[in-house]
Design a binder for this molecule. Structure first.
Ligand SMILES: *Cc1c(COP(=O)(O)O)cnc(C)c1O
Length: 387
């Protein structure tokens, strides 16, 4: 199958896009080109494909980039050493004096990078609840160059209307970046809805096996892709060939894994919603989610991410420390189920007043529901909740 075969449907692209038989041996799997440099045939004449140095070009990385471009309906993919490196490169297109409007409930590390690294370089950030398109509109300034959102957000599972925000950003000559980590490209493709950048911590669903830290961006515009390639080459946050290979391998089952994550996430959300020990369940696939209609219109499935409010830290401990199938850990999106207490773990770096204002209290528990057998998962939760 050729890289250009963009008319195939998602699962076929997940398996084939970007992966061509290796030209020398016909190896069906793109090899791990574990090399830092390439021998040049003549002075100043690198081989075709600008293979002169590993930071600039690597064939394993290029296969991964073609794959994410196809899965996100983009024209180019750009791979980075981590999700934060990917987002940093997007913001580094801006200059001192430029302004970014960001959803307030992003990944904790995103807030830390914006507030403690990029703001020192003269880029300004304003945080808003991006569920409210008017709030985003009021935060726009003449120097706003980028609107950055996550949808669903981590861990409050709030949604942003991607199409409305893309229109708003473009009306102000700004670009829209969507952190699509929580949804995965199987469930949501922001570029199709008008976003300019879609990015992933591929550490999560895209790789899906909890064995790689990585970041991916997809765009539809050649000039934006050139900017990102230039920034990556100049700043250096490249992923290694082995990690690119593992991520490509993970992607081959992305559609199969996501179908199961979606099913298991829905089943866990429904079980917990009916449980007397749980005050509130946040899951876009529940009719009780305040943006359920938006979820149905812009997502194809609702993932394995489920947050619940159990009220107090004591109840949080009782719930999280005695589960057998769910491991207490940061991160998400792998085949194995994980449980996390955002206020004390992933979102510890978010200032407490902002955390509380967003509802990230010590009673909030976030599940990353894996793809184990659902009966075992529910039994594990039931046992601990009934104790
Ligand atoms: C984990 C995560 C990131 C950061 O990605 P790394 O790969 O850990 O650098 C960014 N956004 C979201 C939504 C995440 O979950």
């Amino acid at each position: 199958m050729s890289n250009a075969s963009t008319d195939f449907s998602f699962g076929t692209k997940a398996i084939h896009a970007g992966v061509e038989p290796e030209p020398v041996t016909g190896a069906i799997m793109t090899p791990i080109f574990q090399t830092s440099t390439y021998v040049q045939p003549a002075v100043g004449e690198p081989r075709a494909g600008s293979y002169d140095y590993g930071r600039t070009a690597n064939p394993t990385r290029e296969a991964l980039e073609a794959s994410i471009a196809a899965l996100e309906s983009g024209s180019h993919g750009v791979a980075f050493a981590s999700g934060l490196a990917a987002l940093e490169a997007i913001v580094k297109r801006l200059s001192a004096g430029d302004h970014v409007v960001s959803e307030e409930n992003t990944y904790g590390g995103t807030t830390r990078m914006f507030n403690h690294v990029l703001s020192r370089l003269g880029i300004e950030f304003t945080y808003v609840d991006a569920r409210d398109v008017d709030a985003v509109a009021s935060a726009m300034r003449p120097n706003t160059k980028l609107v950055h959102v996550e949808t669903p957000t981590n861990p409050m599972m709030k949604l942003c209307d991607i199409r409305a925000l893309a229109d708003l950003a473009h009306a102000h000559d700004a670009l829209l970046c969507v952190d699509n980590t929580f949804a995965s490209p199987f469930n949501q493709r922001p570029l199709e809805l008008g976003a300019d950048f879609t990015m992933h911590s591929s550490t999560k669903y895209v790789n899906g096996h909890s064995d790689v830290i990585g970041g991916l961006v997809a765009v539809r515009d050649d000039a934006l892709a050139d900017d990102l390639f230039f920034i990556r080459k100049s700043s250096g946050a490249v992923p290694g060939p082995m990690d690119c290979f593992l991520t490509l391998r993970g992607i081959k089952t992305l559609h199969v894994r996501m179908m199961r994550h979606n099913e298991n996430g829905q089943a866990v959300a429904e079980f917990l919603e009916g449980h007397p020990r749980v005050d509130r369940v946040l899951y876009p696939g529940l009719a009780s989610h305040e943006q359920h209609d938006l979820a149905k219109s812009q997502m194809g499935g609702f993932t394995g991410m489920v947050s619940v409010d159990v009220g107090t830290l004591a109840r949080t401990r009782a719930l999280t420390e005695h589960l057998k199938i769910f491991s207490l850990a940061e991160s998400l999106g792998g085949v194995e189920s994980l449980v996390n207490v955002p206020a004390l773990m992933t979102h510890g770096s978010v200032p407490e007043d902002r955390r509380e204002a967003m509802g990230i209290t010590p009673g909030l528990v976030r599940f990353s529901v894996g793809i184990e057998d659902i009966d075992d998962i529910i039994a594990d939760l039931d046992r601990v909740l009934s104790a």
